[in-house]
Design a protein. Structure first.
Ligand code: NOJ
Length: 550
């Protein structure tokens, strides 16, 4: 394991969704022993960091993002000793390990909330965001909600009524995930204490769940009504001035940094799930005293066009000047698989992988992305994902079929496709917790490891190149002038002795072959047919190439 101080700037992150990664005990649910068993394959793929989605004690209504004990492990996944072993085995293989820290909310079954909800004057009465309503109580005793703050999708209020306290509590995500009151010092110490437990055990950092939402406006002001069309996947009706990315929240990043810095070296990484434009969210990095990285989520909302990506890269470059880095991400456990976004065209998915792994930034890969797994269509009606169940249970099937991919996150959480055996080698159970994607006999890790032209091998080659070449893991990025359908950039690095190393990445988003006016050694090509003459390089349609210019 390399112990260089800023290891995380050069790493490639691989996201494991433990429930769907590997099931070692045949109960149809993935577990931590399953992850341990498969770590060597991740080391072989070449990634540097494994981020595990939550495996803590939880009623699993939001599959672990609803925690009922931050310091314990859900029994179906293992126990604290298994976690210790996982960290040790990972470190032995040269891998770093990042856990998911869910600070905004707990489960409503967390003993803290059960106590808090029991009366207005219990010792934890102020641990969550309780508020009196407005106006006179109605016949059922309810007052009007304190303000207009909304749950995701803007369809319902974020306030939930408690008949016991005759007050409202805030649940910014789903009704069973009450928001903690981070202005209460006891809450901070309790959650920071849990973080310290895992840091002390050797975890290399945290991915921070909905970090942007934690510190809401102290005066509980309503958000301004301002519909926003376009941009993201989902239309927003209200701005989130008083609930997201507030100045107090930016300060919280620094407090958390101070906690993890107690445990350096090696430096621990903090990766924020924060939404917003790059010129807003880069604030979280502070003066190198806040979060280490923030995910560049625009890439989850992309349009497949060269212009879109050129503009996006330019915006991130402008706001994340070195030594800052964006954390680029194309897939995760919440959003559509890449291949479904590009009409099932694996060539296009491979081009995007080439971009992801050669940009100046920290790339994140979601399990299955390395074999171009597709979404598994599952109707909203039978969804296990609480998003679909909570917000859209009435959705008719003909609508659901069109939008399920955006709402029902089950579709991107089906079991990992390891091989062509039963249940894709994920589990020996009769039934797995979610069905296996039917494409698995053709699309699985074992088959792709054997095939030199497979997407798994492309990822392995690109990750290997990124590790090997300082221009890729440490160099500058300069966008190059290119045609309408092309994204091209140069990555350059000046060595201590003054020698400059350069590579050029050319991504042809167009439908026609491109003649690029530069020759070079082809280090990687995402598809067949790339050829260099003495002065030019031919890049076929939907193909990316990494060139060492001559
Ligand atoms: C974001 C996570 O990625 C998602 O899976 C989860 O449901 C919400 N945060 C709530 O914790």
């Amino acid at each position: 394991m390399t112990d260089e101080a800023r290891w995380w700037q050069r790493t490639t992150i691989y996201q494991v969704y433990p429930r769907s990664f590997a099931d070692s005990d045949g109960d149809g649910i993935g577990d931590l022993r399953g992850v341990i068993d498969r770590l060597p394959v991740l080391a072989e793929l070449g990634v540097g960091t494994v981020w595990l989605s939550p495996f803590f004690a939880s009623p699993q209504e939001d599959f672990g993002y609803d925690i009922s004990d931050y310091t314990a492990v859900a029994p179906e996944y293992g126990d604290v000793e298994t976690v210790r072993e996982l960290i040790e085995v990972a470190h032995g293989l040269g891998l770093r390990v990042v856990f998911d820290l869910v600070m905004n909310h707990t489960s409503d079954q967390h003993p803290w909330f059960v106590e808090s909800a029991s009366s207005r004057d219990n010792p934890k009465a102020d641990w969550y965001l309780w508020h009196d309503g407005r106006g006179r109580p109605g016949r059922d005793g309810r007052t009007r909600r304190p303000n207009n703050w909304k749950a995701p999708l803007d369809l319902t209020s974020a306030w939930q009524w408690s008949p016991v306290r005759r007050q409202w509590f805030l649940a910014s995500f789903l009704p069973f995930q009450p928001d903690l009151n981070w202005r209460n010092p006891e809450v901070r110490e309790a959650v920071f204490g849990a973080a310290r437990q895992w840091l002390g055990m050797g975890v290399d950092g945290f991915r921070l769940d909905v970090f942007g939402w934690i510190m809401k406006d102290e005066a509980f002001r309503s958000n301004p009504f301002r519909p926003k069309l376009g941009g993201g996947d989902i239309v927003r009706l209200w701005r989130r001035d008083f609930t997201e990315n507030t100045p107090d929240n930016v300060r919280l990043a620094k407090d958390l940094r101070a906690v993890v810095d107690e445990f350096a070296p090696p430096e621990r990484v903090l990766i924020g799930e924060v939404f917003g434009s790059p010129d807003e969210v880069h604030e979280y990095l502070g003066d190198d005293d806040g979060l280490s990285l923030t995910f560049a989520f625009d890439l989850l909302e992309y349009r497949y066009s060269a212009r879109y990506f050129r503009d996006l890269i330019a915006r991130y470059e402008a706001n994340y000047a070195a030594p800052r880095l964006p954390a680029y991400v194309l897939e995760n456990h919440d959003r559509s698989r890449t291949i479904d976004r590009v009409g099932g065209d694996e060539g296009k998915a491979r081009l995007l992988a080439t971009m992801l792994l050669t940009l100046r930034g920290v790339p994140t890969i979601y399990q299955g992305q390395e074999i171009a797994t597709s979404n598994t269509y599952l109707p909203l009606a039978g969804a296990l994902d609480p998003m679909g169940r909570t917000f859209l249970p009435w959705m008719p099937e003909w609508v659901s079929r069109r939008i399920a991919e955006r709402i029902n996150r089950d579709e991107v959480r089906t079991p990992m496709q390891w091989d062509a055996s039963r249940n894709a080698g994920f589990s020996t159970a009769e039934r797995t917790w979610l069905p296996v994607n039917p494409e698995y006999p053709r699309r699985n890790v074992a088959a792709q490891r054997e095939d030199p032209d497979s997407t798994w091998r492309l990822f392995q080659t690109l990750i290997g190149l990124r590790r090997a070449l300082p221009e890729l893991h440490d160099g500058t990025l300069r966008l190059l002038d290119a045609g309408r359908d092309v994204v091209a950039y140069e990555r350059a690095h000046v060595a201590d002795d003054g020698t400059i190393a350069r590579v050029v990445v050319v991504l042809n988003f167009g439908a026609a072959p491109l003649t690029w006016a530069q020759a070079g050694e082809v280090l990687v090509a995402s598809g067949p047919g790339v050829a260099s003459t003495a002065t030019t390089t031919t890049v076929p349609a939907s193909t990316g190439v990494v060139l060492r210019p001559v």
